[in-house]
Structure formats: C-alpha cells, structure tokens
Design a protein around this ligand. Sequence first.
Ligand SMILES: Nc1nc2c(ncn2[C@@H]2O[C@H](COP(=O)(O)OP(=O)(O)OP(=O)(O)O)[C@@H](O)[C@H]2O)c(=O)[nH]1
Ligand SMILES: [Mg+2]
Length: 331
Amino acid sequence: MATGAVDVGALAAGVAAGDRVALARAITLVESQHGDDRDSAEELLARLLPQSGGAVRVGISGVPGVGKSTLIENLGARLVSTGQRVAVLAVDPSSTVTGGSILGDKARMNRLAMEPSAFIRPSPAASTLGGVALRTRESLLLVEAAGFDVVLVETVGVGQSETAVADLVDTFVLLALPGAGDELQGIKRGIVELADVLAVNKAEGEGKKRAEVARAELSSALGYQRPKAGGWQVPTLLVSGLTGEGLDELWAKVMEHRRAMSTSGQLEARRARQRLRWLGDEVSDRLRRSLAQHGAAQREYVRVSAEVAAGRLSVGAAARDVIETFLGAEP
Ligand SMILES: Nc1nc2c(ncn2[C@@H]2O[C@H](COP(=O)(O)OP(=O)(O)OP(=O)(O)O)[C@@H](O)[C@H]2O)c(=O)[nH]1
Ligand SMILES: [Mg+2]
C-alpha cells in the first residue's frame, strides 16, 4: 500500500531534527513495497545520507530464546542512563512468513520502549530475507541521521539472517546458552566465525557453572579459528541479560573492538566492504523484481519450467531463454 503523497523535504527535516514520529514514518516509507514510495524513499535517503554513519552499530544474535531481547532491553536502558540515544532494529526471517513475530519482543522491551531517548522498531515484513536486510540497512541510516548514538540490531539465529546482520554492523555479538554440546548448541560453525564478541547468556545463580563450561568450550573452538582482521582476539564472556551481570563488561568489549578497528583502519574498510556488498544485493534485488514484473519473461519462464521439469531442456539453456526474452522483448 502506498503511504500517500510524501513531502520528502519536510520528512527529511523532521528526521534530521530527531523527531521520532518523522523517523517512524520515514522507516515505513523505506519498507514500503510500492513503486511511488520507493522513489520518495530514495530521495529521502539521498538527502539524509550525509548525516548518517555516526552511530555505533552492534548486532546481537543467537538461537531463538537465548535471551536477545531481554539483554537488549537491559543493555539499552544502561546506555540510555549514561546519556546515549539508543535505537533497536530487528531482523527476523520468520516475520517473512508470519508477517511479524516481534510483538512479543516489543512487550519484552517495555521499559526501553518508554524511554524518550530510545527508539524500537520491529522487523519489516518483507517478502524475502534479502529484502528485509536491504530495508534494515536503510532504516539504520535513517536512525543515524536522527542522531542516535547506538544502534542495536537483533536477529533471530537461524543461519542466513546472521550473515545478513553481520554485514551491516561494526561489531557482531553472538549469544550462547549455558551447558556444553557437540554442535555448539545448534549454533552453526560459520556463525561462530562471524562473532567479534561471544557471550554465554543466562549465567546467573545456578546457571553459572554450566555457563562456564560452555564458555570454555566456545573459547577452545575459537582457538582453531584464524585470527580476525587487525589481530582481534574474540573474547568470550559470561553475562545475564536478566540480572545485568556482565553487561558492563560486554559493552566495554564492544567499545574495545571498535577502538581497535578504528585505529587499524579496519572500521572504514569494513563499512566500505559492506556498502559494496549492499550495492551488489540491491542490483540483484532490483533485477529479480523487474524480471518478476516482465510479462513476456514470466511467460517464457512458465514455458521452459515445464520443459525443464520433464527433462527435455537443460537448466542452463532454459535460464538463457528467460534472460534473452527479458532483455530482448517488450514487457
Ligand atoms: N535465567 C535467565 N533467563 C533469561 C535471561 N534472558 C532471557 N531469559 C528468559 O529466556 C526467555 C527468552 O528470552 P528473550 O529475551 O525473549 O529471548 P530472544 O533471544 O529474544 O528470543 P527470540 O526473539 O524469540 O529469538 C524468556 O523467558 C526470558 O525471560 C537470563 O539472562 N537469564
Ligand atoms: Mg527476541
């Protein structure tokens, strides 16, 4: 659905002034799938780009139920109490199916949601994870233009989404659960490699001993990894998002990572790499959408699909036919 005629100039001014209502509207605009809105969104982003880039961007990931939202609520409240403005964005691939599972999350971040210097945005319901990540990148620029000092991006750990989120933050924090396990508790190997900081959550009271076991195991798993860019050693910590234990240390590590990256020039290099990957994703996404809207190409797709399914046409030849129709024929 189109959001109606948008006064991009006024909206940009509102966002730049830190107006939360304007910011929420701006994010709705970039998330819109409507063609007219896309044009306005791009104009808005072009205007605000010079004011973006200033926030500390941190991804918080981990398997469902590891305690991401609880930790973000507690950490966010601490940061707010030190005078920082904190925004929370969410990337939830399950929302592409259910149309949004973040309601529970927002309830979990009740206290933070009520802070005037905090801003919480549920994840967009886009048709693909790629689409979600693209729009989250844009939302991130908007909250930066609105003057937020810290952006925390929560992602549900199911594999692909962490890669997408690691690609849009400066520091990627992976949360794990207490106790040991062969499969590192369901965390995929490739995901552990993405982590800049690892923390075993729910490490309070009775859970502390088991948390230490998990920490030792993760720590030794990290030992086999090649060092990160700039020689950064991934720390493993014990935290409790519930009680707040270890959260100050966690934040200190995030800041330490950031300082190390800044000093070595890695921060700028990382962001440059991310922007280039973003460009590639954006081009692919647009091509895919144009293809889907191209009548002749879609008819050709249907035709060759039947041939491919029946084994009469090779996949390569079929793909070439679709692309040639797309490039050669009127829509
Ligand atoms: N003991 C203990 N329980 C916690 C802690 N953090 C979260 N929990 C509990 O774990 C459950 C899941 O917490 P959430 O914060 O919703 O976890 P999440 O990772 O955001 O979950 P999804 O968004 O569904 O992936 C809730 O019942 C929390 O109360 C903690 O530090 N210690
Ligand atoms: Mg959550």
